[in-house]
Design a protein around this ligand. Structure first.
Ligand SMILES: Nc1ncnc2c1ncn2[C@@H]1O[C@H](COP(=O)(O)OP(=O)(O)OP(=O)(O)O)[C@@H](O)[C@H]1O
Length: 338
């Protein structure tokens, strides 16, 4: 099946600055794709080109087989875009707001109200249909924003930092809702965010952007696998009594040639290996009569993946309040021992 989103050599220059640099990306129908990158990486510029709101310098963006640049109006019918802050008419109720937007989007008069009510139900706001949006919390406004995006029955929704300013419980609910929409309704979701933990929870695949280029793209599992291939597997074994030195394995039968480095720190031995031999190591220590009190196999999460891909890129801090603390936390957080 053809990808629902296809970016082919997509490039955007502002004067001498290449904001987006020959971007190639395919996104399949029903996928939840996470766009990750620091401020100024080119995410918004890419989204604007997909929406047909900005013209590429070179290359093309396709949505449902429609060229976003040459047929922007048709593309907008396929796409729903939710910016990081959604505005409503405060003096109108939530339902009135939605009905108004539905009419603007050309929904037939006989179905606009029932469809708006249905969307309110989908996003969990049925109990607040007739409440003025001025009294809505930030989390409720984001849900209403989603209903607003869904009302025109898009095939793809693009969400820019959708959980900004929502409390942790609200974030969890919102992410679950996105996932559910994707699974139940086959909706394709493009989520632009700095919140790595949230992206990890909800996205099938991620793309890591920096300085207009896509440095890596794939499932978290695949990207994590790449790092294992590059850096190897690490297993930490903690013993009840601190050994004087790691076991000399030279004369033992087993896959020990996989071990590249061994390090003893306190009562924990760290093994860096070319493949995963955790189970064999535990078995060996138990057979030798040691009390094994802890075993940990290093797993790469999205934060590690992000950090690794940025290792050789200097990160410019910006004054953008929106994500400054999140970026700092992700990039400069003291690494754990391993
Ligand atoms: N209209 C414009 N004119 C000139 N430069 C621009 C324009 N829009 C964006 N840029 C520049 O292009 C680069 C990419 O910006 P973009 O807004 O796409 O990044 P972003 O990844 O969305 O960042 P953020 O996370 O801060 O929203 C930045 O260096 C930005 O300053």
């Amino acid at each position: 099946m053809d990808p629902i989103i296809q970016l082919k050599g997509l490039t955007k220059c502002y004067g001498t600055l290449k904001a987006v640099d020959e971007l190639n990306l395919d996104i399949q129908k029903g996928e939840v794709f996470g766009l990750l990158g620091p401020n100024g990486a080119g995410k918004t510029t890419t989204i604007l080109m997909m929406l047909g709101l900005s013209e590429p310098t070179a290359g093309s963006a396709w949505v449902s087989g429609i060229n976003a640049t040459s047929r922007p109006i048709e593309v907008k019918r396929k796409l729903g875009y939710m910016p990081d802050s959604v505005g409503f008419y405060d003096n109108m109720t939530a339902l009135e707001n939605l009905v108004y937007l539905g009419r603007l989007n050309g929904l037939p008069e006989q179905e606009v109200k029932s469809h708006a009510e249905e969307m309110m139900q989908v996003v969990g706001l049925s109990a607040h249909l007739h409440q003025k949006t001025s009294t809505y919390s930030r989390g409720m406004k984001q849900r209403l924003g989603l209903a607003d995006v869904l009302i025109k029955k898009p095939e793809v929704i693009i969400l820019d930092e959708p959980t900004l300013g929502i409390d942790p419980a609200g974030v969890k609910d919102f992410l679950n809702l996105i996932k559910e929409l994707s699974v139940r309704h086959g909706l394709t979701v493009l989520l632009s965010s700095h919140h790595l933990h949230q992206v990890q929870q909800v996205c099938d695949r991620v793309g890591i952007f920096v300085k207009g280029k896509l440095l890596a793209e794939g499932s978290i599992h695949a990207l994590s696998g790449n790092l294992f291939n590059r850096d190897g597997y690490t297993t930490a074994i903690t013993l009840g009594t601190a050994p004087l030195e790691p076991l000399p394995l030279d004369n033992e039968p087993g896959p020990w040639e996989a071990i590249k480095k061994t390090e003893l720190v306190g009562d924990t031995i760290y093994f860096s290996c070319s493949n995963d031999i955790t189970a064999r190591l535990v078995k060996l220590y138990v057979e030798k009569g040691f009390d094994v009190t802890g075993v940990q196999r290093k797993e790469y999460g999205l934060e590690d993946i992000y950090q690794k891909y940025f290792e050789n890129n200097s990160i410019e801090e910006t004054a953008n309040e929106k994500s400054e603390h999140v970026i700092k936390k992700s990039f400069f957080r003291k690494r754990k021992a391993w």
